[in-house]
Design a protein around this ligand. Structure first.
Ligand SMILES: Cc1cc2nc3c(=O)[nH]c(=O)nc-3n(C[C@H](O)[C@H](O)[C@H](O)COP(=O)(O)OP(=O)(O)OC[C@H]3O[C@@H](n4cnc5c(N)ncnc54)[C@H](O)[C@@H]3O)c2cc1C
Length: 474
């Protein structure tokens, strides 16, 4: 269905501020962070409320007009780029849906509009001495609707869970224009299908999230940030287990970084320094935190570090002595994606395997990819505490970027097959989008795919919301 005959009507329904057909305004919304997708859209709608979005979606539903939803546009799998594969879609941005963000301190919850950013929720919670624990490098831009729809992970999943675990309820406009309002601070509510949880991770294929309520936690009053050098990922895992035990399970982040990744950050990101003197094959960055103010945790961390240095599991390390130093440690980790951009082409995977299998997976997958892409440079890093590794392959020195990236499908097929051998997942936290939908079709059990398609067909029989995302179009 072409939208050309409907632009004037949709602009009228949206109101003056909530619609644009100006190509220069729409242009930044047609590309994405990795520059992997280039989209196209003649019209961008920017409803400021659920009611406005409802009117627009209802109209689109009646006329079979396809919609691509976009929040902060930080997604990494081509899920929010409109007009791919020649599709004629209206772009619906939630950026203007951002006026409501309120904490209920008594219920340890926060409710916010879809277009509010994660950083805004963190700041709002902090005003009440509470913690919104979702934390990811894109938090200044990514939105409530985006993190719910992709079930975003980030660095605190180990302690607080994914967005799914944090979500108490959502309000959404369904593809037929109905508003389901499941906003709630209830921790227990066994009343049939959980529609909010169905929308979490649905990547915008089942409706437009307009608002969500999340859990909050007591704010961390002290945080001990350690950068530790280890010889192997197996040693890193040993540290994870001992840190959890020694701290009374207060490890809130546990990240793995290879030396080559660190070298890229030091080379390409201004203002960061290497806190350790020597060079080592692997590094762990961990936060151990509590809402308590006494000195007990500090003493526990100190004696844990001492013991692990003595045993040789830690070969070198630093415990941040100030907030600024901890920030510098974290910049090393958070700049790792950005640094790879400056080094050339990179074939990326966002995979998960059971935590205990990470070392064996890394060994097996590294050998396999180097066989088919000799000379390429591995940057396998990420959330070791969750078994989630960003298994990236950088182009060999001096190689042609385009030639190297032409191997993407071949390399990913191989990596994903190995992931399946290790009982893992081909998408730990970024989602499927358009990037991995063929791989999902290839590797997910057919009974699960049939059930997923049945849910999509029931809620969106005209396939108007995010067509081409999750499932290839027939
Ligand atoms: C530097 C960097 C670091 C990152 N680190 C992490 C990380 O650690 N963990 C992690 O999980 N992700 C990470 N990401 C990926 C990304 O930030 C997340 O996927 C995030 O959840 C996307 O939110 P967004 O608002 O930008 O959504 P968008 O990119 O705009 O959209 C993502 C998907 O959600 C859908 N969507 C957006 N809003 C809505 C809505 N209101 N209703 C229905 N569907 C909607 C879109 O259609 C699309 O399918 C990172 C990205 C970058 C650039």
């Amino acid at each position: 269905m072409s939208i050309n005959g409907h632009i004037a009507k949709l602009m009228e329904l949206a109101g003056e501020k909530a619609a644009t057909a100006d190509p220069s305004v729409i242009a930044p919304h047609l590309t994405e962070w990795r520059d992997k997708f280039q989209g196209n859209a003649a019209l961008m709608l920017m409803p400021e409320s659920a009611e406005r979005a409802q009117a627009l979606i209802r109209y689109c539903s009646e006329h079979g007009i396809k919609i691509k939803t976009q929040g902060g546009n930080t997604g990494l799998v081509g899920g929010s780029t409109p007009g791919l594969e020649g599709r004629n879609e209206v772009l619906m941005s939630t950026r203007r849906m951002n006026s409501f963000c309120e904490v209920d301190a008594g219920d340890f919850s926060i409710t916010a509009d879809a277009g509010c950013t994660v950083a805004e929720l963190q700041a709002k919670a902090a005003e009440h001495d509470l913690l919104f624990p979702l934390s990811l490098a894109s938090e200044g831009s990514c939105t409530v609707g985006g993190v719910v729809s992709t079930n975003a992970g980030g660095i605190h999943v180990l302690r607080y869970g994914t967005t799914r675990a944090l979500t108490l309820g959502v309000q959404a406009v369904l593809p037929n224009g109905d508003i389901v309002d499941e906003l709630t601070a209830l921790r227990k509510n066994n009343t049939g299908y959980n529609l909010s949880q169905l929308l979490v991770g649905a990547e915008g294929t089942l409706g437009l999230i307009t608002r969500a309520t999340f859990k909050l936690y007591p704010r961390e009053a002290q945080k001990h940030t350690c950068l530790l050098a280890v010889e192997t990922p197996s040693d890193a895992l040993k540290l994870l287990a001992s840190a959890r035990k020694a701290s009374g399970d207060r490890v809130s982040a546990f990240e793995l970084m290879p030396r080559f990744g660190l070298d890229l950050v030091l080379k390409h990101i201004p203002g960061v320094t290497d806190p350790l003197g020597g060079t080592y094959p692997w590094y762990v960055l961990t936060d151990i935190a509590t809402s308590r103010t006494d000195a007990a945790l500090e003493a526990d961390v100190a004696s844990w570090l001492e013991g692990e240095l003595e045993s040789g599991t830690i070969v070198d390390g630093a415990l941040a002595s100030s907030f600024a130093q901890a920030e510098n440690f974290w910049r090393l980790r958070e700049s790792m994606s950005e640094a790879q951009k400056h080094e050339g082409g990179s074939i990326k995977h966002d995979i998960a395997v059971p935590v205990s299998k990470v070392p064996a997976f890394l060994e097996r997958a590294s050998m396999a990819v180097l066989e088919i892409c000799p000379g390429s440079r591995l940057v396998a890093f990420g959330h070791l505490g969750d078994g989630n590794i960003h298994f990236n392959l950088m182009q060999p020195l001096g190689a042609d970027k385009k030639d190297f990236l032409a191997h993407w499908e071949e390399v990913s097929t191989l990596v994903h097959d190995i992931v399946m051998e290790f009982d893992g997942s081909i998408s730990a936290e970024h989602g499927i989008g358009t990037l991995k939908r063929e791989e999902l079709s290839r590797l997910k059990a057919s009974a699960s795919l049939t059930a997923m398609r049945a849910i999509k067909a029931a809620l969106d029989p005209k396939n108007i919301m995010n067509p081409g995302v999750l499932f290839p179009e027939a």
